[in-house]
Design a protein around this ligand. Structure first.
Ligand SMILES: Cc1ncc(COP(=O)(O)O)c(C=O)c1O
Length: 450
């Protein structure tokens, strides 16, 4: 019997291929993927405009080979990272005492924050042997990952009817092992901002840390607020907020691999750092998860903040908001419902009379990649300036796809619709976990069957 794994194994070619040829292949593969440039993706790509994307490529390539690991070799990176942290702190209501670092993305910012609170509790509250954090059920999975990696129990608080976390439930879940309370600004599924002021005031009264996950909103909400939209208080201006995460590679429109984690002061940030004085390879000190850190991500973050400035970000926030309103009213006109009352430019939408998962499958066949959500069943859009000239096309395709699914109910038993439909019926999430593990294995299959 043949071993399918060996049969499909891709091996290092004996001889190299011309770089021109490889670049052609890369371009062709890229062009077969979803067309993010024409606004056909909604959460995976943040493209402000062509001029900015060209700028990012140039800025990244200047720093292509440098390494953010060792600032003594590259002092310019140290300066740029410190300035990025300072600009972000200032934007998010922090003062001169606010401290932070850049990281590779929202997940790493969150991992670092949880490690920081765990290590602080180990140092200052040794009586806590089983630390816990309370998060809304809508929190991003990066918090579950952090809980798993760092052995902090994650306790999930239910949401109120408006999809914001139920503050009374958070209070009831708090116990002497609680080291951290978390809220999002906004949360991913419905785009609403949790009641940060109430959570922070409670956390402070109990001497517990309060983290705001502003990975989505950090570089968006301050500008929507300046434009006059009613954005609830969510940042360091709220008494009791002790740390925040904010992604430069989302609504900051920097290149991928850039996010910020901020703390109320250096004393708290100290627990994030890792140092090892006695390594034979020299004294080692590292701010976050990786050793080697891509310098291009630091340079492009710094360049992006300066290139847009407040005026540029206000313009972007306006485009995102206008696009969102146009999409929301177009979707409502098709008989679908916006889920809750989103605070920003990210939202879910559902329908009572059509299987939205099957609609998403049909949209995908037309080149639109839309995220599917559950509890409640809905689809999800995260809106950027890349959508500006494509909303009419989106709404037209959506209308057609709704009609197709209504006419063909069997479409619910095919594709992703079948998977989500099945997931909704499986009583034990552990069974779906098994499926997801298989899905992950399949992701690394090579060869003709891949
Ligand atoms: C609210 C929120 N927090 C954190 C993250 C994680 O960010 P990343 O994908 O950069 O790790 C996301 C990603 O979508 C998010 O929406």
């Amino acid at each position: 019997m043949t071993n399918p794994t060996l049969e499909n194994q891709v091996t290092l070619p004996k001889k190299g291929t011309s770089r021109d040829q490889i670049l052609k292949e890369l371009q062709a593969s890229h062009d077969r993927d979803t067309n993010w440039h024409d606004g056909r993706t909604f959460s995976l790509v943040y493209h402000a405009n062509d001029e900015h994307t060209d700028f990012l490529k140039k800025a990244y390539s200047i720093y292509f080979h440098q390494n953010g690991l060792n600032p003594s070799a590259f002092p310019s990176l140290q300066r740029m990272e410190a300035e990025v942290v300072s600009m972000a702190a200032n934007l998010l209501g922090g003062g001169i005492e606010t401290a932070g670092t850049m990281t590779s993305g929202g997940t790493e910012s969150i991992l670092m924050a949880i490690k920081t609170y765990r290590d602080r509790a180990r140092a200052l509250q040794p009586q806590i042997t089983k630390p816990e954090m309370i998060v809304p059920i809508s929190i991003h999975p990066a918090f579950d990952k952090a809980a798993h990696y760092f052995d902090v129990k994650i306790v999930k608080a239910p949401l109120a009817a408006d999809f914001r976390v139920d503050v009374e439930a958070v209070k009831k879940l708090t116990n002497p092992n609680t080291i951290l309370i978390v809220g999002s600004a906004p949360q991913y599924p419905q785009g609403v901002v949790d009641p940060i002021a109430e959570l922070a005031s409670f956390a402070k009264s109990k001497g517990i840390g309060m983290h705001v996950d502003a990975c989505v909103g950090g570089f968006l909400l301050p500008f929507l607020k300046k434009l006059g939209h009613p954005i609830p208080a969510f940042d360091f201006t709220v008494d009791g907020v002790t740390s925040m995460s904010a992604d430069l590679h989302k609504y900051g429109f920097a290149s991928k691999g850039s996010s910020i984690v901020l703390y109320k002061d250096k004393d708290l940030r100290r627990y994030q750092f890792f140092v090892l004085a006695e390594w034979p390879g020299g004294c080692f000190a590292s701010p976050s998860m990786p050793g080697t850190r891509p310098a291009g991500a630091i340079a492009t973050a710094w360049g992006t903040l300066r290139a847009f400035g407040e005026d540029g970000y206000l313009e972007i926030a306006k485009a995102c908001w206008d696009n969102t309103k146009k999409l929301q009213s177009g979707i409502a006109a098709l008989g679908m419902e916006i889920v809750g009352k989103p605070d920003a430019t990210i939202f879910g939408f559902s329908a009572k009379d059509v299987d939205v998962y099957a609609v998403a499958d049909q949209m995908q066949m037309r080149g639109w990649y839309i995220d599917r959500q559950q509890h409640p069943t809905c689809l999800h859009l995260m809106v950027t300036p890349a959508h500006t000239n494509h909303i009419d096309a989106f709404l037209k395709d959506l209308k057609d796809c709704i009609a197709i699914v209504k006419k063909n109910p069997a479409l619910s038993t095919e594709g992703m619709a079948a998977m989500y439909g099945m997931a909704a019926k499986v009583p034990d999430p552990a069974m779906i976990d098994q499926f997801l593990y298989q899905f992950m294995d399949a992701r690394y299959t090579t060869g003709p069957t891949a």
